[in-house]
Design a protein around this ligand. Sequence first.
Ligand SMILES: [Ca+2]
Ligand SMILES: [Ca+2]
Length: 240
Amino acid sequence: MKKIIASLSILSCVLVANAQFIDPRDLTRGGDGVGSDVQTLIKGSGHYSSVGAVNGNQFNYGDQSDGRTFQLCDPEKPQVWSIEWQKAGYRANHLLGYYTDMTSKNPAITWVLGGSSSGLPSTATVQISGVFGLAFGSGDKGNGNAFKSTVYYSQSEKNQKQENRVAVVKDRNKDNCLTDCGLTVSWEDGVNLGDKDYNDFGLHLNGVNAIPGQEPVPEPATLAVLGLGALALRRRKKSA
Ligand SMILES: [Ca+2]
Ligand SMILES: [Ca+2]
């Protein structure tokens, strides 16, 4: 009985997980074939970050950030951003941009990077002052229409169904230490989130940090179960 209560408390941790993270299972399966999952692509692009893992009912989100707004670590310093991979039928017309009007539903976007038919480069230097969001032109309207395609935003609340479109993963340095300056972002371009492989458009953004989201607050019922779990653990220790 005590064991059952203890494992219930672990399960309750899963239920309060922040929705701004992407399920690690979606980031570790090859939606477009062997080696095309986000975790493998991050390693292949020369970074060391983890997207997390699922073990039974236990989730960890590795180096993912729940932040969906951003700032340059040093606004005085231009930074190089680059496309690292594209695993999608719409890839030629993909676009990446940023916006600084954080409250508008349709903010003005500065497009900086794009796929082979977009007319934009695959590497660009940016300099942005203040807080910004990222915009992704999905390319779903086909050739010649890159700038008319459906746009998705890093701020989930701007998307039609408030859906989370992007995995945001913090950099690790060569010593395997987390850094707050530098991110990989990888988007899902499918209508209604498509196949949820989130590997469709992957970019590395030098010199950027994600502004952390709000911590999830456990619901009262969860707190009660957690308390019971702790009690059970104490009793187990006593009897051991
Ligand atoms: Ca996809
Ligand atoms: Ca894909």
